[in-house]
Design a protein around this ligand. Structure first.
Ligand code: GTP
Length: 265
């Protein structure tokens, strides 16, 4: 549980939102949209960019990993490829995390939401020591919600959907933090199919039947049974980073997740 005194005042306490999602899922665009949304509501967020390899950010980050580590220089200096470069940059940034947290702490009175954008190569953040250190430090300071952003149009086939949900499930178990699944790009396709597959096991089985044969089919059947348990504890929202639709519900779900988190401790 968070260690600060603000933990006893759930309604006033700042909330960390960590955005995680596969490359191209629309994390950065969603961050930009959320940023604009919160500015319009006169509750500007404090924004931190943890992606050292992003070339251009469409929003102004208050703290940017690129200000302290030059990812291309790190690659050259340590003779690394792109993934090693991102990982080492994240490690170097983590050595300064205490300073970052001091700044965050100072801003906690003025900002309710702290938004963290992470590298598109999800595993670099979710499965690295520095990713764990950052996540655990945030969660020990303020209530922290992990938002897993899904590229809805690209996950509309049952097999892709299930792979993506398995991935989301692994991140939930790895971080063990309040979790929100944000189906993005609902301006292109509604996320209703996903909600129906999650709520109705038979509907998903039906969709599967039309797809795969033999071994794959029976493997998918078994895996979907496992996922059924995961869905029961999941918060889901459909959003469009492009149009802004769904953001009211997005923040309702974030607040719900935080409330539940307080009730548990
Ligand atoms: P990485 O930086 O590689 O990790 O990608 P990302 O997850 O940050 O995705 P990004 O925000 O760069 O968006 C990827 C593409 O999807 C871009 O072409 C966006 O314009 C598009 N996109 C993002 N959100 C939406 C959305 O809600 N609707 C539509 N139609 N397109 C979107």
């Amino acid at each position: 549980p968070p260690t600060t005194t603000s933990a006893s005042k759930p309604t006033d306490a700042p909330i960390n939102i960590i955005m995680i999602g596969m490359a191209g899922s629309g994390k950065t665009t969603l961050m930009q949209r959320i940023n604009a949304y919160l500015h319009e509501r006169k509750t500007p967020p404090y924004v931190l960019n943890l992606d050292p390899a992003v070339s251009k950010l469409p929003f102004q980050a208050n703290i940017d990993i690129r200000d302290t580590v030059d990812y291309k220089q790190v690659m050259k200096e340590y003779n690394l490829g792109p993934n090693g470069g991102i990982l080492t940059s994240l490690n170097l940034f983590t050595t300064k995390l205490d300073q970052v947290m001091q700044i965050v702490d100072k801003r906690a009175g003025d900002n309710k939401y702290f938004l963290y954008d992470t590298p598109g190569q999800i595993e670099i953040f979710t499965w690295s020591a520095s990713g764990s250190i950052i996540t655990n430090t945030l969660a020990a300071t303020y209530p922290t919600v992990v938002v897993y952003v899904v590229d809805t149009p690209r996950t509309a086939s049952p097999t892709t959907f299930m792979s993506n949900m398995m991935y989301a499930c692994s991140i939930l178990y790895k971080t063990q933090l309040p979790f929100l699944l944000a189906f993005n790009k609902t301006d292109v396709i509604s996320h209703e199919f996903a909600v129906s597959w999650m709520n109705d096991f038979e509907a998903f089985q039906q969709a599967l039947r039309g797809q795969e044969e033999g071994f794959m089919n029976s493997l998918m059947n078994s895996m979907s049974l496992v996922l059924d348990e995961f869905y029961n504890h999941l918060r889901v929202v459909g959003v469009s980073a492009m149009t802004g639709q769904g953001l009211d519900e997005f923040f309702e779900k974030i607040d719900e997740a935080v409330k539940e988190y307080y009730e548990e401790y």
